[in-house]
Design a protein. Structure first.
Length: 186
């Protein structure tokens, strides 16, 4: 069970990104063939492709957060000794978490408003929560990934600044793999 959870923790976003990207590519390709080859097509294909792209985007944000791959500028932070740098990196993650929680609450409000007023998409005639749900799920995952990152940084504050700063999915993978291997040897 633990092995499955660790695998899912590592691969959740990439699986959704790949599956959704494949579906979007297939849908758009089929639409192009139908339009130019048979002079017909699906009426809501473009809108559905847009919705899929929005879901891909939010899963990608979460994946970038998990791997700490967001753009950052370290010129100011690098001026301090490593203990202050670590504190500033944790503070930056905490501020990002606060921002993400505020956006998460806002997206939930938009989704509730969409349900209350029964707002539907233009060509597919489905609830717009299909689109806004991407923000809810996406920011939920971003918040969980930020909490994981903050927890790891606080727990490993004694690590050298290089590993502290460069910790990404591959590093976490090695940490989890090592701890799992230790448990299996027992």
């Amino acid at each position: 069970m633990k092995r499955t959870f660790l695998w899912l923790e590592k691969n959740l976003e990439p699986i959704f990104i790949v599956v959704l990207f494949f579906a979007m590519t297939l849908l758009i390709s089929l639409q192009v063939v139908l339009r130019f080859g048979f002079n017909t097509g699906f009426s809501g294909a473009e809108e559905l492709a847009r919705f899929i792209f929005i879901w891909i985007m939010y899963f990608s944000f979460s994946y970038a957060t998990r791997n700490q791959a967001h753009i950052n500028i370290n010129l100011f932070v690098n001026q301090f000794k490593s203990s202050v740098q670590k504190a500033l990196l944790i503070l930056a993650d905490l501020l990002f978490l606060i921002f993400s929680i505020i956006i998460f609450i806002s997206v939930i409000r938009v989704s509730l408003s969409t349900m209350e007023y029964n707002i539907k998409s233009a060509s597919l005639d489905i609830t717009m929560n299909v689109m806004y749900g991407a923000g809810v799920i996406g920011f939920l995952l971003i918040n969980l990934r930020l909490i994981q990152n903050i927890w790891w940084k606080v727990k490993n504050v004694k690590q050298p600044i290089k590993s502290f700063r460069e910790r990404a999915g591959l590093d976490r993978e090695n940490i989890f793999t090592r701890s799992l291997a230790k448990e299996e040897r027992k």
